[in-house]
Design a protein around this ligand. Structure first.
Ligand code: NAI
Ligand SMILES: O=Cc1ccc(S(=O)(=O)O)cc1
Length: 477
């Protein structure tokens, strides 16, 4: 069991941790047992007004700080984050459920993301355009967009917050992060590492009643940019709110990733990679591979190998050393995923699943084979440990079926055929495509979706650009 004591954090306002003054409180639970860990105090309307005043003031200062100093301060924050990995990873496993190994990896990935943005702060260039007149200049400048309101979810609370924190702070913006109320302590511990190296108010962290927080922040004239990772319905709501107040918004709204496995694919290697990737964090990842379209000639062997690997997974509490897959994050998610499995089996899918502990929010890792194309799991994002497999007879058919879904975030392809790689890279409706691997998310490359998966990118230079505005200057001497 953990030796790290669990306590819900306070709110970070103006560089100091203070108790939230909302009359409501929330209980945070350990998903491996269902037991209460602590009570979270939430932000009141007055707390949010103070946060807004502070972020405006902090922005006016931070925007003037030279990029080299922004970079150095963020890098010192990243060093603190790395030093605290063990403690933060334990908090993350306690409140979110993922295995300790996964929590350590998430902490490392969050540090890498912020480090990359910190370095990139020194490479925010404008440009010079050939001038039309003698003795004149035409130049394009980049400036930080202004105070940012960021909303991150509970599934990868560190990584998905780090993408927003790193980009905004490196660009010279101040940021108010509303972390997920389900996983407050790990994010607070990460934010604390950054806050210790930054002027007060550059980063602030709140927890609250989500709809109250988003309404207060997005409607305020102080906030100039909104960024959200979460579900499609909430994303749609925040997009409407942002449109009403003419705020720029980046939306990362999940996925239902297709995997096309061609007849020449190495079955053992593909299964090994995709089983790891599918069941990481109990399948609660926006980029998780979910719909496997497999060439009919190898379909039987693929399903046998994937099913056997699924059944062999050791499921248990994330803090136990031999656990390969932990629980899902909440009773709500457990009920939703089990319901999706049951409805899809009723529609004709054949389940291959492993056993799970009885207490806690566990869902059996499940392969649904021979899934009818109209089964619910083919269109609803499982956001849990569920994969489905369907045979195909031609690549055109596989691409058409893969695109027959509202989401378009990540996609995967296994083949050595140049023709297949070309066809899929041109026609698969996704924001990121991995061929013969799973690397769709790295700090230096853009990550974002098409269709209902949202718009805008995080990470890479595109992710930095999201926190910048452009000014054109034309002067005659
Ligand atoms: N793209 C991704 O990485 C994620 C996708 N999801 C999707 O959402 C589904 C449901 O999960 P939920 O936790 O119910 O997702 P959700 O979208 O309701 O919640 C995600 C985050 O948004 C916040 N939120 C909810 N209402 C809000 C509002 N009015 N204003 C601001 N923030 C708000 C929540 O507090 C949470 O932190 C999942 O099954 C999955 O499909 C959920 C989490 C992350
Ligand atoms: O849920 C979205 C998500 C989860 C994990 C990662 S990463 O692979 O750790 O970067 C990215 C997006």
């Amino acid at each position: 069991m953990s030796t790290v004591p669990y306590r819900c954090p306070e709110l970070l306002i103006g560089g100091e941790w203070r108790p939230g003054r909302h009359e409501q409180r929330l209980v945070v639970r350990n998903p491996a047992t269902g037991e209460a860990l602590d009570e979270l105090r939430l932000a009141s309307a007055d707390d949010l007004q103070l946060v807004l005043q502070t972020t405006q003031k902090a922005f006016e200062h931070w925007r003037q700080v030279p990029a080299h100093e922004r970079c150095a301060r963020l890098e010192r924050g990243v060093a603190r984050l790395r030093e605290n990995t063990e403690r933060i990873a334990h908090l993350l496993t306690l409140e979110q459920g993922k295995t300790l190994a996964e929590a350590r990896m998430e902490c490392a990935m969050a540090a890498d993301l912020i480090k990359w943005y910190a370095e990139e702060a020194r490479r925010v260039y404008g440009r010079v355009i050939p001038a039309r007149l003698p003795n004149s200049r035409m130049e394009v400048f980049k400036f930080p967009v202004g105070p940012v309101a960021a909303f991150s979810p509970w599934n990868f609370p560190l990584v998905l917050s780090a993408r927003k924190l790193g980009g905004a702070i490196a660009a010279g913006c101040s940021i108010v992060l509303k972390g997920a109320e389900e996983t407050p302590a790990s994010v607070a511990a990460m934010v604390d590492c950054l806050n210790q190296e930054l002027p007060p108010g550059v980063v602030q962290l709140v927890y609250g009643v989500p709809a109250e927080v988003s309404q207060a922040l997005i409607a305020s004239p102080v906030v100039r940019k909104v960024t959200f990772t979460g579900s499609v319905p909430v994303g749609r709501h925040l997009a409407e709110l942002s449109a009403r107040h003419l705020k720029r918004i980046t939306l990362e709204l999940g996925g239902h990733a297709p995997v096309i496995v061609c007849g020449d694919a190495d079955i053992a290697r593909t299964v090994n990679l995709m089983v790891q990737h599918k069941f990481r964090n109990a399948g609660q990842a926006c980029l998780a591979p979910t719909r496997f379209f497999v060439d009919r000639r190898i379909y039987g062997d693929f399903v046998d190998a994937f099913g056997a690997a699924t059944q062999a997974l050791r499921v248990g509490a994330g803090l136990q050393a031999d656990t390969q897959m932990g629980p899902v994050a909440s009773a709500r998610r457990q009920a939703a995923v089990n319901d999706l499995i049951a409805r899809s089996v009723a529609a004709g899918a054949r389940p291959v699943a492993s056993a799970v502990p009885e207490a806690g929010y566990f869902v059996p890792p499940t392969l649904l084979a021979d899934v009818p194309l109209d089964a619910p799991v083919m269109s609803e994002e499982p956001f849990g440990p569920v994969a489905c497999a369907v045979p195909f007879d031609s690549l055109d058919q596989a691409i058409a079926q893969a695109n027959h879904n509202p989401y378009g975030l990540a996609g995967y392809l296994f083949t050595d055929s140049a023709k297949a790689i070309l066809a899929v890279s041109e026609r698969l409706e996704v924001g990121s495509l991995a061929v013969n691997g799973m690397g769709v998310s790295v700090p230096e490359a853009p990550f974002g979706g098409v269709k209902d998966s949202g718009y805008g990118s995080e990470s890479g230079i595109e992710g930095m650009e999201a926190f910048l505005e452009t000014k054109f200057m034309h002067y005659v001497a």
